[in-house]
Design a protein around this ligand. Sequence first.
Ligand SMILES: NC(=O)c1ccc[n+]([C@@H]2O[C@H](COP(=O)([O-])OP(=O)(O)OC[C@H]3O[C@@H](n4cnc5c(N)ncnc54)[C@H](OP(=O)(O)O)[C@@H]3O)[C@@H](O)[C@H]2O)c1
Length: 170
Amino acid sequence: MMVFLCAVDIDSGQTTRKDPVTSTMKGKEMPPSSLEKSALIIGASRGLGYALAQEYLNRGWHVVGTVRGLNKTKLHALMDTSDGRLEIETVDITVPEQITGLHERLTSRRFDLLFINAGVGNQPDGTVGEVSTEEFVRVMITNALSPMRVIETLQDLVPSTGTIAVMSSG
Ligand SMILES: NC(=O)c1ccc[n+]([C@@H]2O[C@H](COP(=O)([O-])OP(=O)(O)OC[C@H]3O[C@@H](n4cnc5c(N)ncnc54)[C@H](OP(=O)(O)O)[C@@H]3O)[C@@H](O)[C@H]2O)c1
């Protein structure tokens, strides 16, 4: 399994390896609310995306986390205890119209961090020799093509001082 974690330097367009959690806040005090930092985390209903949302809230950030569909998730329970610092949006990153819709809803907002965490594993688990072509294509569309589409569509929500990060696998 390969894991891709990178941050895009918007000024130079260069991709660098950096830890967006620790690199942005290391050694600094929590920002006062007037200087509150903000993160948009794509795929935060559970797992690592949920944990990232929780961590950024703990660090005093304002977080917009996304889920798919209308079902209540762990993120909704977290929102209830977040003092208004967590908002929930919806997007399925494999549906381009939903990415565009998310951009339209957030168009006046700016985020210090866009973290694209949404991803899937092949089902059932298996080697390259065992996985069906259909399942391989499903994983690649979700984990490779769709995060790039999200970056292309949402990148203008992140100022030049911000960070765009992707976590995925294939
Ligand atoms: N955990 C690991 O050991 C590991 C290792 C290598 C890489 N990764 C990568 O790290 C990321 C998170 O992993 P995880 O273990 O936390 O996964 P997870 O528990 O399965 O959670 C995946 C998250 O992505 C969302 N998601 C899936 N497909 C989506 C889509 N089409 N549109 C929008 N959201 C979608 C899920 O939403 P729903 O609740 O709606 O399904 C969920 O919030 C993934 O990209 C994964 O490939 C994880």
